[in-house]
Write a protein that binds this ligand. Sequence first.
Ligand code: G6P
Length: 489
Amino acid sequence: DFVEGSTPVRQRLLVVANRLPVSAIRKGEDSWTLDVSVGGLVSALLGINEFEARWIGWAGVNVPDEVGQRSLTKALAEKRCIPVFLDEEIVHQYYNGYCNNILWPLFHYLGLPQEDRLATTRSFQSQFAAYKIANQMFADVVNEHYREGDVVWCHDYHLMFLPKCLKEHNSKMKVGWFLHTPFPSSEIHRTLPSRSELLRSVLAADLVGFHTYDYARHFVSACTRILGLEGTPDGVEDQGKLTRVAAFPIGIDSDRFVRALELPQVKDHIKELEERFAGRKVMLGVDRLDMIKGIPQKILAFEKFLEENPIWCDKVVLVQIAVPTRTDVPEYQKLSSQVHEIVGRINGRFGSLTSVPIHHLDRSLDFHALCALYAVTDVALVTSLRDGMNLVSYEFVACQAVKKGVLILSEFAGAAQSLGAGAILVNPWNVTEVAASIGYALTMPPDEREKRHRHNFTHITTHTSQEWAETFVSELNDTVVEAQLRTRQ
Ligand code: G6P
């Protein structure tokens, strides 16, 4: 903060992310509904209020006409959001293609697409070209709104080209970039045809942040091995210019969840759910319907548990909320049918006339319903095959002050590094191990549950999204801009 007279003025922060915290749905020529977007990035960033923040990003909708663009810009301005308008072709090539069919699976260790090699190469090139065009479109909007003294914080794998675009335009701009996914081992990153160009673009930033120390280390190794640059304890150095690289584990706004549980409507909802599930333990999964979340593996482990412990068949229910996401990408469509098929088979096998073991919902819940569901849960199951952090595990812990339920957590989620001592850690690929952990969690003695919960609750309430953002931005403010460095030399 800086002071003008005696009035403290909050620093202006331009948060740039592919997706705005609200997504727009068109209701008429110039009328819009704005819904809160889903995903870890949005949950974390919603908790930031220390800064005079403006959001720049895509509202998730194609608006080809000027009337629509003007009216949406106005509607979003009330939420301090500034839209970047992407046309259908760019969305197809940049968002569905390069971001979600190439970078997302690669960064989660699922490899590059396996289709016919020539076709892949051709589509790869055009998708990468679209990625760069899209990043430049984000840069143009940032440049239009940037004022001297602002800090610019770019987010995620969609915008790896953005730091370079911004610095080329204004080398004095403070630019940070943060990745919300894992950064994979350099051996994985090496397979990407545009590996060097992307690394160099990110290195144009002043500060580069990751959720865990491992991801930061992988990034530095990629820069040393692929670009031949020097890795230092502080980051990566290229001809005297240091790009600082560090880990900044994200958190949630835990108070928002704790406060919600005190609301009469949430309390009523908790009562309803308790009556509905009376006599049964509740297990819960909340995920975007994404390959990386390990939903089939989770459900198969639950099936194995029921198979080996038939006594539990009418005493436990698994509620799986699977929020549809990226539905234009074929891999996601396949996953949806696969999950439906497994759930149907298991419910047919273990269900009765009056109940089924799995309640599977293909949609998101509103915030209050979600809090109530977290609160009545006995065991939460997070079985990501890879996950940058996984904030569902944090949200669950935030709502468990009364019940002190158990968290089963994948060791491949970033959260395993912070909640590992309180959770039961599992390898989600090992269905036998997950099934055994379900049995252990369901019968865990209260004093052990209490101890584990206390550990996790202390962590999530002391490592909040607010603190995460403050730490990142304050380090960004402390970095020396390239121009100053050159003057000093
Ligand atoms: C993850 C990504 C976010 C993304 C979110 C939802 O959390 O890290 O950048 O916004 O998923 O995905 P979507 O493609 O719907 O924006």
